[in-house]
Design a binder for this molecule. Structure first.
Ligand code: SF4
Ligand code: SF4
Ligand code: SF4
Ligand code: F3S
Length: 368
């Protein structure tokens, strides 16, 4: 098996295919501190792409309440248990990836969820941790935190779904890194469903072939951000293109937030897929939990995020979340404005970096 370099785990690892990075890599950043679990993104994706027969249970975009919520049930704890609940404590991961932990004769360590695992889209959502008696407002003896985790396919650099398919039905587009599944060639083997640790491939029982998030590629090809991004009520999402740390550009907001300020982290980097959705970790959650979920550097990320206004450039990049429907490739600061540009440096949007503040008089004679 060839060795490929995975920058998220800081080392080489075996992967069944030669590494070939796309010209541009589709990527997304979610600010978990701003998500309100309104599920507008979920519904936007559903009504756009998965309202057909056999797609009823599919949620290409979902938002789950951590630590209890899952879709499908227990997707992350199940694979973490199989892998040995490995976490990244430093920039180089010393445990096994899912490719390195694969059983003999298989490409990747995985499991097939049961139909019941898809019965509840977010079981335990916003529940308190114990039974509630009449008249009791809230009792949370064991757990005093929760947060919302939006999820889509990560359009991984080293996709397990792609490598697990015996027919090589799944492919990664060289022009933008979007991972697609050719439904005409699919024979319904479901090795992709078993192999994807994020459980973002769904089998359609009516057509007998699998389906997955398509990264809204018709929109991407027209420089428009994805449906789940542009409909986000909380403006918690930024979608664009990400370079590797070595090729990062100072004026790309995705590169700056992820590689420059380092405040957005991948989901379970220890799996070894180099996923391309990134999360600004929730500031109120215990660090050991966050380290397991988002890898090394979460405490530093939170500290920088808390002081985002000290770094004008970071503040500027953060203000571009939800500012336009189009994909921002470059940004600059002019006076009190952050400006977003398209790939050819045509201006797309201007956002004020500070708003005027009006302080009311302490005394108002009208109320005498
Ligand atoms: Fe494939 Fe899953 Fe990665 Fe998406 S998240 S590219 S479905 S392995
Ligand atoms: Fe759905 Fe498009 Fe978002 Fe994928 S990128 S989850 S297809 S809306
Ligand atoms: Fe969260 Fe935005 Fe989705 Fe609402 S639309 S659940 S704020 S990601
Ligand atoms: Fe391959 Fe998955 Fe279809 S394993 S054949 S893409 S169901």
């Amino acid at each position: 098996m060839p060795n490929v370099y995975n920058w998220q785990i800081g080392r080489e690892m075996p992967y069944p295919f030669e590494g070939a990075r796309p010209t541009k890599q589709f990527a997304m950043i979610f600010d978990t501190n701003k998500c309100i679990a309104c599920q507008t993104c979920t519904v936007a994706c559903k009504t756009t792409w998965t309202s057909g027969r056999g797609q009823e249970y599919m949620l290409w975009n979902n938002v789950e309440t951590k630590p209890y919520g899952y879709y499908p049930l227990g997707w992350d704890v199940t694979i973490l248990d199989q892998l040995g609940v490995q976490r990244m404590n430093g920039p180089v991961y010393s445990g096994k990836t899912l490719f390195e932990a694969a059983p003999a004769g298989e490409i990747v360590l995985g499991y097939q969820p049961t139909d019941e695992d898809y019965a509840n889209p977010n079981i335990g959502e916003d529940d308190s941790t114990s039974e509630m008696a009449q008249g009791v407002w809230m009792r949370m003896p064991h757990m005093q935190w929760m947060y919302y985790l939006p999820r889509i396919c990560n359009h991984c650099t080293y996709p397990a779904c792609l490598s697990a398919c015996p027919r090589q039905v799944i492919y990664k587009r060289p022009e933008d890194g979007i991972v697609l599944l050719d439904q005409h060639r699919c024979r319904g083997y479901r090795e992709c469903v078993k192999g994807c640790p994020y459980k973002k491939v769904f089998f359609n029982p009516m057509t007998r072939v699998s389906e997955k998030c398509i990264g809204c590629y018709p929109a991407i090809e027209n420089n428009r951000q994805t449906q789940c991004t542009i409909t986000c009520i909380g403006k918690i999402r930024l979608q664009g293109f990400l370079a590797t740390p070595e090729a990062a550009r100072e004026d790309n907001p995705m590169d700056y937030i992820i590689h420059g300020a380092k405040i957005a982290k991948p989901l379970y980097p220890q799996f070894g897929l180099e996923p391309n959705t990134y999360y600004i970790p929730p500031v109120h959650v215990p660090p050991p939990y966050l380290r397991q979920m988002f890898g090394h550097g979460v405490e530093e990320a939170i500290a920088i995020y808390r002081r985002a206004s000290d770094d004008r450039k970071l503040l500027a990049a953060m203000l571009l979340f939800g500012a336009t429907n189009e994909i921002i490739h470059h940004f600059s600061i002019e006076g009190n404005r952050v400006i977003g540009y398209d790939e050819k440096r045509a201006e797309l949007v201007r956002v004020p970096m500070t708003e005027p503040t009006y302080i009311r008089e302490a005394y108002d004679a009208r109320f005498d």
